[in-house]
Design a binder for this molecule. Structure first.
Ligand SMILES: [Zn+2]
Length: 215
């Protein structure tokens, strides 16, 4: 049994972000050690009465893929109608093996009350579990959590500095308390022009809006 690093309340939801094959070593958009968080998350999930999992779920030809914008390459930045978009390798295409949940997350999947699929809109990316990247189209997750009487989101998964971070920041925007469990997440840690990394950037944003980082 894994040690849960805080008291879990009935009003807490565990939100497991994108525990998918493509985000693990060997996948199309692998996060270093991404697979190593799965056993710990399974232990955590036992302690929560509400568990939600998100699944990145793109149609082929999604506009967040570099392959949709030749001659652009993965990790280039382009301007979309909703602002800047970082371009990714093709990943998590609906129904593909890479879009499947990692086999080691199966116990958490069994406990999940809700699977939120995101990134289904071909023209808008969606890092966050709550809003697409236009920052206005909702996934419906906030309404689900409010209907369940949830007041705090506890977030884990992949990747810490993208989909986990954007979800945590949006949980605050939607009026929930938010905590990120760093030891149950792994980051991409992309360098920015100014010498910082995406991990440093999101941790500044966490501090500014009251997202608690545990571990
Ligand atoms: Zn994606």
């Amino acid at each position: 049994m894994h040690h849960v690093p805080f008291l879990v309340e009935q009003t807490d939801a565990l939100i497991v972000i994108d525990p998918q094959v493509d985000f693990c070593p060997g996948g199309a958009l692998a996060v270093v050690e991404g697979d190593t968080v799965m056993p710990g998350i399974n232990g955590l999930a036992d302690a929560f009465s509400t568990v939600v999992i998100t699944q990145d779920w793109h149609p082929a030809g999604h506009h967040s893929f570099a392959s949709s914008h030749p001659p652009k390459r993965p990790f280039d930045i382009i301007q979309m109608p909703y602002g800047e978009q970082l371009l990714w390798p093709d990943h998590c295409i609906q129904g593909s093996a890479g879009a499947a949940f990692h086999p080691h997350i199966a116990p958490t999947l069994e406990r999940a009350a809700l699977i939120v699929r995101k990134g289904c809109n071909r023209s808008i990316d969606s890092y966050s579990a709550f809003f697409e990247n236009d920052r206005s189209t909702k996934t419906g997750l906030a309404g689900f959590l409010r209907d369940k009487g949830i007041t705090r989101c506890v977030l884990v998964g992949l990747a810490y500095d993208f989909c986990v971070a954007w979800s945590a920041l949006d949980a605050r925007r939607e009026g929930f308390d938010a905590a990120v469990l760093k030891q149950y997440s792994r980051a991409i840690g992309m360098p920015l022009h100014d010498g910082r990394t995406t991990t440093m950037l999101v941790e500044e944003q966490f501090a500014a809006v009251g997202v608690v980082v545990i571990g």
